[in-house]
Design a protein around this ligand. Structure first.
Ligand code: UD1
Length: 343
């Protein structure tokens, strides 16, 4: 049991944050969540409580608000922070770059300042495979250099990692987790993704189309140099992403005190094409999914998937869900939020 350890989760009402809170509580950690709810809903907190049977210590706080964070830190004895709170839409970041830099960099700086003031050393950072840009190696490992980012969102993740690397020499212990493509929902269908407006990401678009909310899915390009012409990604179940955060905390607990910065790919190691995913969805759900082939989406990387051997070895972590299960869980969640139990 780790009940003596108290973890602050910023953005804990968000998609990956909420799944991580479930895993932390289930592992016996004490958890406090801060979230603005600006891009999520309180039902995620209620979902966490239904799954775990534990009341969530929730505070509606913006990480840009140093004074509010300072008060929270003064009242609690946090041993580590998992920092999810950030904007994450690639498209939106192109339209509103200043908001992305301000929010994503500002909230990290504010969190680091308050941690330093209260002598909290350990931070797990929510990074992305987008830091690699278009990597030379398709199965990318952590030694790959940061290429030019494809969007301001990608730049914020690169810059945050630079900041974290620098502050690691100033008493922090940092683990940066570079997510590939998290999909799916908790198997209970109590929590999942809540996209705002028309989804940009593939799986929410697939499930909304299957639910009849969208007319058809457009597959962006079938003329790539891949097995079937569509892009290849590394789709990973969100609960597997979440469990890696618990392993990261456990890992830090086993390390000597002292400065540390380390980055890990968080993916399955399997490349799956967009068309393969579409076919798998139809196969495992038995639901109709109208789709058409469209032109390439600007900025899309042709193929990228993780070499996860570093995280597998260091944390003793591996995935537990396959693609079919991930898609079934995504579909169960979509049905739940649309009340389409009959489908
Ligand atoms: C991107 C970022 C990732 C970021 C994520 C968040 C890269 C390499 N990855 O993921 O870091 O966390 O956005 O938004 O920059 N697709 C369709 N039709 C659709 C939607 C998507 O064909 O309606 C295709 C895309 O062209 C792509 C694949 O599905 O090939 C996955 O797209 P998406 O889910 O948006 O994720 P990424 O762009 O890979």
């Amino acid at each position: 049991m780790n009940s003596d350890q108290h973890i602050l989760v910023t953005g804990g009402a968000g998609y990956i944050g909420a799944h991580t809170v479930v895993e932390l509580l289930s592992a016996g950690y004490k958890v406090t969540v801060v979230d603005t709810l600006e891009r999520s809903e309180y039902r995620m907190i209620e979902g966490i409580e239904s799954i775990t049977g534990i009341r969530v210590d929730f505070h509606k706080i913006d990480c840009l608000d140093f004074v509010a964070l300072d008060t929270l830190f003064a009242a609690n004895d946090f041993s580590a922070v998992i920092h999810f709170a950030a904007y994450k839409s690639v498209n939106e970041s192109v339209v509103k770059p200043l908001e992305y830099y301000n929010n994503n960099l500002g909230s990290l700086l504010s969190v680091l300042e308050v941690m330093k003031k209260h002598h909290v050393q350990d931070i797990i950072f929510s990074s992305s495979c987008t830091v690699y840009g278009q990597p030379d190696q398709i199965q990318v490992d952590e030694s790959a250099p940061f290429k030019t980012a494809e969007s301001p969102y990608g730049s914020t993740k690169q810059l945050c990692e630079h900041i974290l690397k620098d502050v690691a020499t100033d008493g922090f212990r940092v683990i940066s987790l570079r997510y590939f493509n998290p999909i799916g929902a908790h198997p209970s269908a109590m929590i999942g993704e809540l996209p705002i407006g028309v989804p940009n990401n593939l799986v929410p678009y697939v499930t909304q189309t299957a639910a009849g909310v969208r007319d058809k899915l457009t597959v962006f390009g079938n003329d790539y140099n891949t097995l079937d012409g569509s892009c290849v990604r590394d789709f990973i179940h969100v609960s597997d992403v979440a469990s890696a955060h618990v392993k990261a905390i456990d890992y830090l607990n086993q390390q000597q005190k002292g400065n540390l910065f380390d980055a890990y790919n968080l993916g399955t190691g399997q490349g799956v094409s967009v068309l393969q995913l579409v076919k798998k969805f139809i196969e495992v759900t038995g639901v109709k999914l109208p789709y058409t082939i469209g032109s390439r989406r600007p900025g899309d990387v042709e193929k990228v998937y993780a070499d996860p051997s570093k995280i597998n070895k260091a944390f003793g972590w591996s995935t537990t869900y396959d693609l079919g299960q991930s898609l079934i869980h995504a579909w169960q969640w979509e049905k739940k939020i649309r009340n389409l139990k009959g489908i």
